[in-house]
Design a protein around this ligand. Structure first.
Ligand code: 7PJ
Length: 310
């Protein structure tokens, strides 16, 4: 008996192969328990709640009123079932302009300090491409880094993460947020994203980041069109071949609006939940969402139905 729950797995080209024929090392990579993430066991999907501290969200982080608002929002998110908060001060949506590092730090770092001063103990992830922001936020009590550039934006980032010994999510993106959605092209999106992520894992390890501190993410919507997103989501299990926890962010993204007929991002919650359940069923360990309470309810029901005992 292997630890695999599946009869088939996907190889790096996305072809189905029988799990029976896998060598021991591959089975170990696929089925070994992932190390805990910020104290959380990864034997069930964990919800990462998105807390944006950008002027176009509720807060610019800097002044007292917006810090208090961020603390209130964070508390509410934890009540609703968020197990990690992902705090970002730079919008990386398609077409978004880069923000100066000083500006990003001024938004994010005081909020991390305020959350810890208020006694919140929830793990905090920092959604940043910048080493300086990561370093300052970690010093105020953040626990992990979520880098949508997978260490390609700032040559200083890898050293900060290696030195701190914190977990890092390496997300695949093709191009920068400013231009990535201008007709992205791949010959074979799954093979290319897997290969690129493999290279980023190697680069991280070469920079001194422990392999068991890395999470991977295919980067849905980052330099991908509708067809690319669907192909990657259908083949999500192929990403388990790295033997690392898989983080997925689809919440309110454009493809959900396109397929679901919801022009406004705030109307994309039902479709976001559908895809979150899909990702959870494919074994994704961390799911990054805006609508925490609703996704939590859906995941609880899915979990209850999939368990073997009553
Ligand atoms: C993601 C992210 C994602 C990870 C954003 C948005 C765009 N980080 N940051 N994965 N998306 N790891 O939420 O629409 O998919 S910002």
């Amino acid at each position: 008996m292997t630890g695999l729950r599946f009869a088939h797995v996907l190889d790096q080209e996305g072809r189905e192969i029988a799990a029976q024929g896998l060598d021991a090392a591959t089975i170990e990579r696929l089925s070994a328990p992932r190390p805990k993430l910020c104290g959380l066991s990864l034997d069930r999907p964990r919800l990462m709640g998105i807390l944006n501290v950008t002027p176009d969200s509720f807060s610019d982080g800097g002044d007292h009123a917006s810090r208090a608002e961020a603390v209130a929002q964070a508390r509410a998110m934890v009540e609703e079932g968020a197990e990690i908060l992902d705090i970002g001060g730079e919008s990386t949506r398609p077409g978004a302009q880069a923000v100066a590092v000083e500006e990003e730090m001024a938004r994010v770092v005081p909020v991390v300090a305020a959350l810890r001063a208020a006694g919140l103990t929830v793990p905090i992830s920092i959604d940043t491409r910048n080493g300086a922001t990561a370093r300052a936020a970690l010093a105020e009590g953040a626990d992990m880094i979520n880098d949508v550039s997978a260490l390609t934006h700032d040559p200083g980032m890898a050293g900060v993460v290696a030195e701190a010994g914190v977990p890092i999510c390496l997300m695949h993106a093709k191009g920068t947020p400013q231009e990535m959605q201008r007709a992205p092209r791949y010959d074979d999106v799954l093979a290319e994203v897997l290969e690129a992520l493999g290279h980023r894992i190697e680069a991280a390890v070469a920079a001194g980041i422990a392999r068991d501190r890395i999470l991977v993410d295919p980067g849905i919507g980052f330099g991908k069109d509708l067809g690319h997103n669907l192909t990657l989501l259908r083949s999500l299990t192929a990403f388990h071949g790295f033997g690392l926890p898989l983080l997925i962010g689809v919440s309110r993204k454009r493809f959900i609006g396109t397929i679901g007929g919801a022009e406004a991002p705030k109307d994309r919650m039902p479709g976001s939940i559908a895809v979150a359940l899909w990702a959870s069923q494919q074994g994704a360990q961390v799911i990054r969402v805006h609508d925490i309470k609703e996704t939590r309810q859906a995941l609880e029901l899915q979990h209850a139905l999939m368990r073997e005992e009553p």
